[in-house]
Design a protein around this ligand. Structure first.
Ligand SMILES: NC(=O)c1ccc[n+]([C@@H]2O[C@H](COP(=O)([O-])OP(=O)(O)OC[C@H]3O[C@@H](n4cnc5c(N)ncnc54)[C@H](O)[C@@H]3O)[C@@H](O)[C@H]2O)c1
Ligand SMILES: N[C@H](C(=O)O)[C@H](O)COP(=O)(O)O
Length: 334
């Protein structure tokens, strides 16, 4: 099994946690898609010994023979010097080049999955490229009609109807069509990527108290309930729409396999409060497997040795499990 790892923003903690990942042994060949110097210099400043081997496509060495402490690198040149903690828009194209190379490799089945360390969305935009996140970028480059962002911890899975959108645009984006597309993808991938035979999806309302019977917003009555009714008719097990404030309580969470939140900050703060550093971000609806960390570039910690690599390890574990499931070597729930 070959998994592409993109270290993300070179001035952030991505290189730190990738160097740490390479210190362990994994039941997969990890191919770091990046400038080898970025990893080597970060390892040096962290006082970690790292050996780099250069990957070339088609060069299939026996699997899992690499020793911990050595990284297989698919070289992509970094545009400008890297200083930990200091963003440089001159390196944004480099970050995008690493993503593009990993995506192409996944589409062409050179890689079985890709796992991404954090990028810095702001600096990519500062470089003149409109970029709202990996999720949307992956959708665009893979020509996928609908992708779904889902974060998973040991206690919950939280998927989102809308992703990186200003709050002022969220309500108008909750449409019947989008709900149908998102729920269909979520239902399908919970079955096939997570092995849940009949997934129960708990759906949040948009408004306080799920609209309070129409007195605090009508999206639940006019849009969400009719969409859920129709999808129930197709055999999808849907609970809700429920008020989001009390949905995230253990009693309610145990009635479902995943929560569908209407927007980013309705669902993710709860999951991150519970599982930050041990959760993974999984893009559903892609023609390949992609997982990621639950945190950002953490510029304040780059090169300090204080970055926690737990989420990158979790993301890699999810990717390995999903690849194994797709090969039929795992049965039952993830
Ligand atoms: N997967 C991704 O690419 C991804 C995810 C989230 C945010 N981001 C981007 O990262 C940038 C910075 O975002 P932010 O400041 O909101 O969030 P952040 O996650 O970078 O930092 C928030 C806080 O958490 C701490 N932290 C984050 N990761 C940590 C780790 N592994 N170990 C220990 N502490 C950690 C940071 O030091 C900081 O105090 C933004 O551009 C954002 O868009 C990217
Ligand atoms: N919304 C994600 C989070 O809060 O963790 C994060 O921004 C990453 O998203 P992408 O994988 O789309 O970059």
């Amino acid at each position: 099994m070959k998994i592409a790892i993109t270290p993300g923003e070179p001035a952030g903690i991505g290189p730190d946690i990738c160097v740490a990942l390479a210190q362990k042994s994994w039941p997969a060949d990890l191919v770091f898609v990046c400038d080898p110097e970025v990893l080597l210099k970060r390892a040096e400043s962290l006082g970690i010994l790292l050996k780099v081997e250069i990957y070339s496509p088609g060069d299939d060495s026996p699997p899992h023979t690499r020793q911990p402490g050595s990284a297989l690198v698919l070289p992509v040149s970094c545009g400008a010097p890297v200083t930990p903690g200091e963003l440089n828009p001159a390196n944004s194209q480099y970050v995008l080049n690493t993503l593009r190379r990993a995506i192409t490799g996944c589409l062409q089945r050179e890689f079985d999955a890709m796992v991404t360390a954090p990028v810095h969305k702001g600096v990519i935009n500062d470089a003149g490229v409109a970029f709202s996140g990996h999720t949307e970028y992956l959708q665009q480059l893979s020509n996928s009609s609908q992708v779904v962002m889902m974060l998973a911890s040991d206690a919950m899975k939280v998927a989102l109807v809308t992703t990186h959108l200003p709050l002022s645009q969220v309500a108008r984006s909750i449409t019947d069509e989008r709900l149908e597309r998102v729920i269909t993808v979520l239902h399908k991938d919970l079955r096939y990527k997570f092995g849940i035979a009949d997934p129960r999806i708990i759906v949040a309302g948009l408004n306080p108290h799920a609209g309070e019977g129409g007195h605090m917003g009508r999206e639940e009555i006019d849009i969400i309930q009719p969409a859920l009714e129709r999808l129930r008719g197709q055999g999808i097990n849907l609970i809700g729409p429920l008020p989001a404030d009390t949905l995230f309580t253990p009693k309610v969470l145990e009635t479902g396999d995943a929560v569908l939140a209407m927007y980013h900050d309705q669902g993710l703060p709860v999951l991150k409060y519970q599982g930050f550093g041990r959760a993974a971000n999984i893009t559903l609806g892609l023609p390949f497997i992609r997982t990621s960390v639950d945190h950002g570039a953490a510029l304040d910690l780059a090169g300090t040795g204080k970055a926690d690599g737990g989420s990158l390890e979790t993301a890699l574990e999810y990717a390995i499990n999903m690849v194994e499931r797709s090969r039929g070597s795992i049965h039952g729930k993830a």
